[in-house]
Design a protein around this ligand. Structure first.
Ligand SMILES: [Zn+2]
Ligand SMILES: [Zn+2]
Length: 153
């Protein structure tokens, strides 16, 4: 199985499993509350609202990561699984860190490009420039070479 389809499978399996568990759990709780005439009726409603609230957040995160990772050529299913199922929003934070560490901005056109790119895919600007003095890789737009302190033109 390909890595991407494995995570797609994992994501939907986890989602279906958790969805079923939540529905069954809340249904049992609702039933239990309805059996007890003493229990306040609004408790079940609050539970359902909480589930709805989390459902919306999870859906929003999924859609954001799906579109964002897809646009950047990352493994979207893997990052969706991490973003949604690593608890306390650590997953989504990890995704944002990874995403920001792997890209920079093209100085000529301002578009977001991957760090490993040699040339900007949008405007053809050379993103890898070598210092004429020491030969180390420098980024276009730098004024001084950080390796040999030589001036860059
Ligand atoms: Zn560019
Ligand atoms: Zn240099």
């Amino acid at each position: 199985m390909k890595k991407e389809s494995f995570f797609k499978f994992l994501f939907w399996m986890l989602t279906t499993l958790i969805f079923c568990l939540v529905i069954v759990g809340i249904s049992i709780a609702t039933w239990a509350i309805s059996q007890d005439p003493e229990a306040p009726k609004f408790v079940a409603l609050i539970w359902w609202l909480m589930i709805l609230f989390f459902g919306i957040i999870v859906t929003a995160i999924s859609i954001f990561v799906y579109k964002d990772a897809g646009k950047r050529g990352l493994n979207k299913w893997m990052w969706m699984t991490i973003a949604v199922y690593v608890p306390n929003f650590i997953g989504i934070v990890l995704y944002m860190i990874f995403r920001n560490n792997n890209e920079s901005k093209c100085l000529q056109c301002g578009k977001v490009v991957k760090k490993e790119f040699e040339v900007c895919p949008y405007c053809g600007n050379n993103l890898r420039v070598k210092c004429s003095n020491c030969g180390n890789n420098v980024e276009s737009g730098w004024q001084v070479c950080p390796y040999c302190a030589g001036k860059l033109k």
